[in-house]
Design a binder for this molecule. Sequence first.
Ligand SMILES: C[S@@+](CC[C@H](N)C(=O)[O-])C[C@H]1O[C@@H](n2cnc3c(N)ncnc32)[C@H](O)[C@@H]1O
Length: 268
Amino acid sequence: MIASDQAGYDRIRDWLSTRCGIVYADGKSELLRQRLSRVLRCFNCGDLDQLAAGLLNDDNEAIQLAVMHAASTNHTFFFREAEVLDKVAEHILPRLADRSQVRIWSAAASTGDEAYSVAMIAAEKLGPSFLDKLLILGTDISAPVVERAELGVYAKRQLAHTPPAMLRKYFTPTGIEQFRVTEQIRNVCTFRRMNLKARPYPFSRAFQVVFCRNILYYFDKSDQINTLNAIHAVTEPGGWLVTSVTEPIRDLGTPWINVSTGIYRRAE
Ligand SMILES: C[S@@+](CC[C@H](N)C(=O)[O-])C[C@H]1O[C@@H](n2cnc3c(N)ncnc32)[C@H](O)[C@@H]1O
């Protein structure tokens, strides 16, 4: 049976794909409808036709942000895919040790777990003084997760993969079952809202390493390619791209050179 607000649903789904690169296949319509039900309540919309009308009004940024947030999957946790982070620590960070400044970008950073994990790994591998010249930028399309990243406070479940020694060293307990990233690590990381579909990316200085993990599978193939090419353009020659092990990008025909699972390099 076709829902009476199917036209509104289609307009919202198309907007998410065109503006944010977030693709909901036909089989996922119940999931998207369920996620949008919160937004309907929040903005007092009777159905998705009404919500679509508000969304497509360019001035209505509040609805746009809420729809983006509701539609995106923010799942993340500290030290995710540790085997790839180990390779970053062993093979990439030591090559950056002598630089006067090191710039790392966590694109699609969600609540910041990835960016902070990388800062902690860098401090462990190269010593705390390396943090003085390290800048990690975390960006995400969703405003609420950017705010949470800036705060740096996490529930215990997000820290389930955090080695106990790192938990003791880089977090301070704050409230029940909550921990805050130490100031020393927070100072290294900056978070901003940014849409990966808005290309080219507005960075005047190149990054040595870019993390783009667990985001590409929400994009269709042409957006995956355009995103990878745009990241390539803001990575310095010889710089690295770190992807998720479940998102192989080898067959997409981008200029990235595969080094090992989850690690790619821009030609020198
Ligand atoms: C599953 S999380 C991945 C977080 C982290 N990179 C990791 O691997 O754990 C995906 C994030 O991508 C963000 N996102 C979705 N579409 C985006 C877009 N077009 N531009 C920037 N971020 C986007 C979502 O808001 C979400 O926080």
